[in-house]
Structure formats: structure tokens, C-alpha cells
Design a protein around this ligand. Structure first.
Ligand code: ZN
Length: 491
């Protein structure tokens, strides 16, 4: 019989010769796998598996394989997929054994607070993928108690279906996610989720998951959910409470690296409250002139407007936390940058946590955050200026501003003072004083954007006027927001 590792084996191009290769018998005949300790046999089997995969890859690289007919290609492709799927079983066993073995906290690759972070670091896979694998391992493979007792798989029928190789990773993920959600309803009375109904759902889905692809399986899972929850919905607070969840996670890679991903399921009550807050804040905000004519459309889509509204809510919460004591200072920011960058307002600085902040973003924050600047000389890297703290508007100044401006000074804006920040007309970094004459109320939304869109402000006749960029008005005639206060009388 042919041996693919034997130098004298038939030419890989000879497909009839390949048919004679019986890998099962081959592996079974390796003495290390058929006898000896379990640990030794597993080591030998893993080594054999890698050799077999290497052989498959080496022969696949041979142009002679072009002689194979379509039926065989289809069969092989399916068989490779099945093999890949089957590997999930030992993967999951290993994940649970590593946890029992304290590899996550006492292993050579570091100290991790969660299993999925450990697995992601170990394999270099995305955290989300690691999370699904850990979830599957916990539900489909045996686990160990701290005393070392083995607890059988939580869902043996699903585990058996997985062992056939007929369920791909994405389907395993769909199933384990669904069961994780349903399990949360076990302690809640008044719905159809019980240990018995979960066992029935498991039997059903173990069969269906071998037949349907991911999208169809998703529909089957929805139907099973409808059967588990006869009313078709979680309409009472205890049930909603059991599955409530929210996540805001930093993104670690790719185009959006450095941004955050937000997702979750809110209870009816929390969702309604959030929308009540966000709806009015996320309406389009065109720029209007004194007569109410639109000077500039709001081109943000609804998703962007909701995002900006959330940010405004956060700004306001941060500000209100210590409004009486500090006139609304949310944070102290240590900013480290080179002298040239501070002077030019271009380039970037670094915060004490290592975040890189462009200088124009710093300018936008400087009215809200207490910024401690550490200035380095560009060439010598000596510290030129340390601990110079910007002076914030006092509480009394803030009250005077509220009295004078009445709300956001930006043309067309209707945000009341509680949504506003104190803007320096001449930037503090450029020598602008923290005097009433140099301050204006500006809502968080406009505060962040006016500079980027080419607007500038100035005081005329005791009021704050906004000068549009040339592309909006070639004459750049200043505009006053007359929503809160009428025109000043010209004398
Ligand atoms: Zn505004």
C-alpha cells in the first residue's frame, strides 16, 4: 500500500495511486497513537495530523492534480471542510483544559483577566473570534471544577452534532450565542425557558444545524426562540432585565483602530429614556442667519447625528459632575508636545496615557479640560515649560456669560446654557485672556466643529458674532444668533 511519506511512494500525479492511501489505517498503525499514556498518544496524534495536512498540501501543490474530475474536487472540498469543522472539538477541549491548568494567569505568555483575551493573544486572532471560541468551549466541551472533577458538556447533543464535522464555526457560534441568551431567562418566571424546553430546543437544533447554512439556521433559531417565548417577546421588566446588556469597546485594529464599538440591548424603559434624550439633540442643525434663512445645511446622516448627540450627553454629564466647584472642569489633561507644535497649533501631542492628540483637537478641548502643558524643545528635548495650567472661567464669569448670551452663540443654534461650554474667542493658547470680553457660550456640537468648517467669532457691541467662511459667504458678513437675545440697539 502507498505511503505518502515514503520516498518511494507513487508519483503524486498518479491519482489512482492516491486512492490507495488509507490515512485512517495509517494513523491507527502508528504505535504511539494506539498505545501508551493518553498524553503521549495525544502528542503523537497531533504530530501525525500535522504530517497528514502537510502531505495533503504538498500533493495539492502538484500540477498533476489538474487531472482530477469535478466530482472528486467537490468531494475533497467538502471533506476538507468537514475535517476543519471536526477540529473544533479538540480545540474546545484544549481551551477548557488550559483554563483548568491556569495557563491564562500563570502561563508563559502573560497574565490575562479573561479567557478570550488570553486566547486572542495566544493565537493572534481577533478578540471577537476568541470570545466565540471560548463560549463554544464552555457549552460544548467538558469542563473541570476547581477540585479537578470533570463536568460533562452542557449541551451533549450539540456537541455530538459538532463532532460529525457537519457544523461550521459560524453555525456553532450562532447556536452557542442563542443558548447563552436563553439561559439568561432560566431564573426568570413567566416565560417558556426551562431546563426541559432548552433540552428540547437543543435536540431540534442539533439536527437542523447539520442541514441549514448560517443564514437559514438563524431563521430556525428565531423560530425556536418564538416557541420558547410563547408571547414572542420579552415584554416584562424581569425578562428584559435578564438579557439587558451594553458594551463600548475600543477597536484595536483595522481602519477604525482607536475608535470605539458600541452595541447592546436596552430594556424598553432604558431605550425610551435614551431616545427621549437623544431625539431632540439629534435633529438636523442647519446654520441660520438672523432672518431664519438657511445659510448652511446639516449634511450629517441620522447615524452621525445620533453619535454626536451621545457625545453631547457625555459632555454635559462630565460638566455637571463638578459644576459648582470648578465652573465645569471635566478633566485634567497632561499634554506633552514639542514647542513648535504648541506655537503653530499643528502636529500632535501625547497625553499621559500615551494617546496621540492632534493639536487642533486640543484647541477644541482647551475650554473644557484643564490642560497642563509639558513643552519639549524640538531638538534638545529639554522641558521648556511645565505645569502651566490654563485658567478656566470662574463660576461668576459663567453666570455673567449665561446672562449675556442666553445660550449657544452660533447662528441658528437653540441650545440652552446647560448644553454650552465657555469658548475663548481668541484661543487661550494664542494669548487670549479668560475675560468676559473674550468668552462666548457655545454648545459642544458647535464648539468642536466651528474651526474645522472655517467659522470664526468676534465681539461687536457687547455681543458675539460669527463670521462664515468664504465658501459660504464671499463677503464674510458676521452673523448674530438672535434666538435668545434680540439685536443690540445701535446707538
Ligand atoms: Zn450650538
Amino acid at each position: 500500500m502507498a505511503d505518502p511519506w515514503d520516498e518511494s511512494a507513487p508519483d503524486p500525479g498518479d491519482l489512482d495511486g492516491l486512492d490507495d492511501v488509507d490515512l485512517d489505517r495509517l494513523l491507527g498503525s502508528v504505535p504511539e497513537i494506539s498505545c501508551g499514556s493518553v498524553v503521549g498518544r495525544f502528542a503523537a496524534a497531533v504530530a501525525c495530523l500535522e504530517s497528514a495536512v502537510d502531505a495533503v498540501a504538498a500533493i495539492a501543490a502538484d500540477p498533476g492534480l489538474q487531472a482530477a474530475d469535478g466530482d472528486r474536487l467537490i468531494d475533497w472540498t467538502r471533506e476538507l471542510e468537514r475535517t476543519r469543522n471536526k477540529l473544533q472539538v479538540p480545540d474546545q477541549v484544549l481551551i477548557n483544559l488550559m483554563e483548568a491548568n491556569r495557563c491564562r494567569t500563570a502561563g508563559p505568555i502573560g497574565l490575562f483577566s479573561t479567557e478570550h483575551q488570553f486566547l486572542a493573544a495566544l493565537l493572534g486572532i481577533p478578540v471577537g473570534e476568541a470570545r466565540s471560541r471560548v463560549r463554544a468551549a464552555q457549552l460544548l466541551a467538558p469542563t473541570s471544577t476547581i477540585l479537578g472533577d470533570v463536568v460533562p458538556a452542557r449541551y451533549p447533543a450539540l456537541a455530538a452534532a459538532e463532532a460529525t464535522g457537519e457544523i461550521s464555526r459560524d453555525r456553532v457560534d450562532l447556536l452557542t450565542r442563542a443558548f447563552t441568551e436563553w439561559e439568561k431567562l432560566l431564573p426568570v418566571d413567566g416565560n417558556g425557558v426551562t431546563e426541559d424546553s432548552l433540552a428540547e430546543a437543543e435536540e431540534l437544533l442539533a439536527d437542523q444545524s447539520k442541514v441549514f447554512d448560517g443564514r437559514q439556521l438563524g431563521q430556525v433559531i428565531d423560530r425556536v426562540a418564538g416557541w420558547l417565548l410563547p408571547d414572542g417577546m420579552l415584554d416584562d421588566r424581569p425578562a428584559q432585565d435578564a438579557v439587558r446588556q451594553a458594551e463600548v469597546r475600543p477597536i484595536g485594529r483595522g481602519m477604525r483602530k482607536g475608535m470605539y464599538r458600541m452595541e447592546g440591548h436596552l430594556t424598553a424603559e432604558a431605550g425610551a429614556k435614551l431616545l427621549a434624550v437623544l431625539d431632540p439633540l439629534s435633529k438636523p442643525r442647519p446654520v441660520l442667519d438672523e432672518s431664519g434663512r438657511i445659510v448652511m445645511q446639516d449634511r450629517r446622516d441620522r447615524g452621525m447625528r445620533l453619535h454626536d448627540a451621545l457625545e453631547e450627553v457625555a459632555d454635559r454629564a462630565l460638566r455637571s459632575a463638578d459644576l459648582p466647584a470648578h465652573g465645569g472642569t471635566p478633566a485634567t489633561l497632561l499634554l506633552i508636545a514639542e514647542e513648535d507644535d504648541f506655537v503653530s497649533g499643528e502636529g500632535a501631542g501625547t497625553t499621559e496615557t500615551g494617546d496621540v492628540l492632534p493639536m487642533d483637537a486640543v484647541a477644541g478641548m482647551s475650554d473644557e479640560a484643564e490642560i497642563v502643558r509639558v513643552v519639549f524643545h524640538s531638538q534638545t528635548h529639554e522641558v521648556l515649560d511645565l505645569g502651566r495650567t490654563r485658567r478656566l472661567a470662574s463660576y461668576a464669569q459663567t453666570l455673567a456669560l449665561v446672562a449675556r448670551d442666553g445660550g449657544c452663540t452660533f447662528p441658528g443654534c437653540s441650545k440652552s446654557p446647560k448644553w454650552c461650554q465657555r469658548h475663548h474667542i481668541v484661543d487661550w493658547a494664542a494669548g487670549g485672556p479668560t475675560d468676559l470680553d473674550n468668552l462666548a457660550l457655545l454648545c459642544g456640537f458647535h464648539h468642536q466643529r466651528f474651526a474645522r468648517h472655517g467659522w470664526s467669532s468676534e465681539q461687536l457691541g457687547g455681543r458675539v458674532w460669527w463670521r462664515p467662511p468664504k465658501i459660504i459667504d464671499p463677503a464674510q458678513k458676521p452673523i448674530l444668533n438672535t434666538r435668545f437675545r434680540d439685536y443690540p440697539l445701535i446707538t
